[in-house]
Design a protein around this ligand. Structure first.
Ligand code: FAD
Length: 300
């Protein structure tokens, strides 16, 4: 993603550094495998006691007790919708056409090509990439490919900063509630929660209350979290937690879905792999474990 930002001169990245808050010693214990993995992949990290954590992030509320915090200096955060808007305009400059509010009803693989049904019309094309989030299941099932893909609803709240001195400098992740809190320009964005199996856009009050609680717990006077703009949407999740990418048994139908919690962080790398595969170039990483063969499905 950072490479993409540099090569395409995109400006969506905000700041780096994250603090993962452990409220109890048990949470720290459960985080050991994650910390070991960070070490194995060379990710810089430092376990901080309460005093050191407060020195690094002085705006942390003194009212909320915690056991320790993990500092990850190279973690970074950015504005996902801003990135998407910038990518859209770059793509349009290169001739890409977008058709919003246009539902693909079916995909029809044919010998030497593929077509898709949209608004009662059949459109022929060279190749199709199914990247329809959790709706990918329906489109693929109709051509005989079954996926264990489920929607998991995630939530976010965005609210203007009222007191800049009291707002976070680092991204803060609350390990108890699995909710992250980040300063994005003049706003604070709180995101997380996971509602299994739901693809509706209705806000669940319990999830909204959790986001507000996390804001109030760590940075109570930085903003009014109750009047935030709340949003929720389905993320497509697979049991293994890694996305499903690549070819199918049909030579012109490809899949790019199931990014789950990795979501945006996996988007650019997945897109690059797909572009290389479709243009029959060598992929930069081994595709083993990422393709349909992990479900015993054959590929072309
Ligand atoms: C406001 C906002 C903020 C976000 N912030 C973050 C963030 O900070 N960090 C992060 O990791 N992720 C974030 N995300 C999520 C992330 O951008 C993506 O949702 C994630 O990368 C998954 O992308 P996707 O394209 O695979 O699936 P989706 O985002 O679910 O997109 C699938 C698309 O396919 C369309 N579709 C489905 N069926 C059909 C059909 N039959 N015909 C035509 N179209 C169809 C859907 O309408 C949808 O537009 C954010 C999303 C939004 C909206």
């Amino acid at each position: 993603m950072q490479h993409l930002a540099q090569t395409c001169e995109l400006d969506f990245q905000q700041r780096s550094g994250a603090l993962m808050m452990f409220r109890t010693s048990r949470e720290l214990e459960l985080a050991q495998p994650m910390m070991e993995l960070l070490g194995e992949i060379g990710g810089r990290h430092e376990l901080l006691d309460i005093e050191a954590a407060r020195q690094l992030e002085p705006a942390l509320s003194t009212e909320t007790a915690f056991h320790s915090a993990l500092y990850i200096p190279d973690d970074w955060s950015g504005n996902c919708p801003l990135f998407v808007r910038q990518m859209k305009s770059l793509a349009q400059d290169k001739g890409v056409e977008f058709h919003f509010n246009t539902e693909v009803q079916a995909i029809r693989p044919e010998i030497g090509g593929v077509s898709f049904q949209v608004e009662g019309r059949s459109i022929d094309t060279d190749a199709v990439v199914v990247a329809a989030g959790s709706d990918s299941v329906r489109l693929l099932k109709a051509i005989g490919i079954s996926l264990p893909l489920y929607p998991v609803k995630v939530y976010s709240a965005s609210t203007p900063i009222q007191e800049y001195e009291l707002a976070p400098q680092l991204s803060v992740f609350d390990d108890t509630y699995r909710v992250g809190l980040t300063r994005l320009g003049k706003r604070i964005r709180i995101a997380g929660c996971a509602e299994l199996g739901s693809s509706s856009f209705d806000l669940n009050q319990k999830a909204v209350n959790t986001l507000v609680k996390v804001g109030d717990d760590w940075f109570p006077n930085a903003a009014n979290y109750r009047t935030a703009s709340f949003w929720c949407g389905p993320a497509a999740m697979l049991p293994e937690g890694v996305p499903l990418l690549g070819a199918t048994r049909y030579s012109n139908v490809f899949i790019n879905t199931g990014h789950g919690a990795g979501a945006w962080a996996l988007a650019a790398g997945s897109g690059k792999l797909m572009a290389d595969l479709i243009s029959q170039k060598r992929t930069e990483i081994d595709m083993d474990g990422l393709t349909l063969t992990r479900y015993g499905d054959r590929m072309r």
